[in-house]
Design a protein around this ligand. Structure first.
Ligand SMILES: [Zn+2]
Length: 130
């Protein structure tokens, strides 16, 4: 089972934020260099980079505060598999590439063909602690 895809997403998101942070810092430094060498202040550049830095720092702090997987794990997608010959039915976790009517092997009861019957999303009840 590969669940890495879901867990890798926040890391990718974090990398984008860090790139944004580095680029806005570079823009700020360039604006500072322009100010020191040409005595001109590029207000738009300064304002944009400062707000970009503030935004990325804020997002990074937000991400650290709560585990990034929290929002993803409340939604669970399940796949229902049914045998075409007998009444065998099984439910498993959704796997990438699943689609309705896809052939997924043979039945353990009668060795008939197993097809994906339906794919549904179940919402886990969150533990409420008020
Ligand atoms: Zn069967």
């Amino acid at each position: 089972m590969e669940e890495g895809g879901v867990r890798r997403a926040p890391i990718f998101f974090m990398a984008v934020i860090i790139v944004m942070l580095v680029m806005s810092l570079a823009a700020l430094i360039l604006a500072l260099v322009a100010y020191l060498t040409q005595n001109t202040i590029e207000y738009m550049n300064v304002i944009l980079s400062v707000s970009a830095i503030a935004l990325s720092v804020y997002l990074l702090i937000q991400m650290r505060r709560k585990p990034p997987s929290l929002g993803f794990e409340t939604l669970k997608v399940s796949t229902v598999i049914k045998c075409v010959k007998c009444n065998y039915e099984s439910v498993r976790e959704f796997e990438r590439g699943d689609y309705v009517l896809k052939e997924v092997g043979s039945c353990p009861k009668c060795s008939g063909t197993l097809h994906i019957y339906s794919i549904f999303r179940e919402v886990k009840e969150r533990e409420k602690t008020y």
